[in-house]
Design a protein around this ligand. Structure first.
Ligand SMILES: [Zn+2]
Length: 63
């Protein structure tokens, strides 16, 4: 439980790094979001559930 979180960019599929996380209110209550930036400098602020951030489990890719 240490390293930088890595995920994939929703735009280009490249490697993306989680810069920071925050909790935003939604209609269903607070949802943890992550600010990510990919190697091509796309960035997004997305709910964690939209990202492949799962230290112990990675869902199978469905392409
Ligand atoms: Zn990208």
């Amino acid at each position: 439980m240490s390293v930088v979180d890595l995920t994939s960019c929703p735009e280009c599929g490249g490697a993306a790094e989680v810069e920071w996380r925050t909790v935003l209110e939604s209609t269903d209550g607070p949802v943890e979001h992550a600010r990510i930036r990919c190697v091509r400098r796309h960035w997004f602020l997305l709910p964690l559930e939209r990202l492949a951030i799962a230290p112990a489990y990675r869902p199978p890719r469905g392409h």
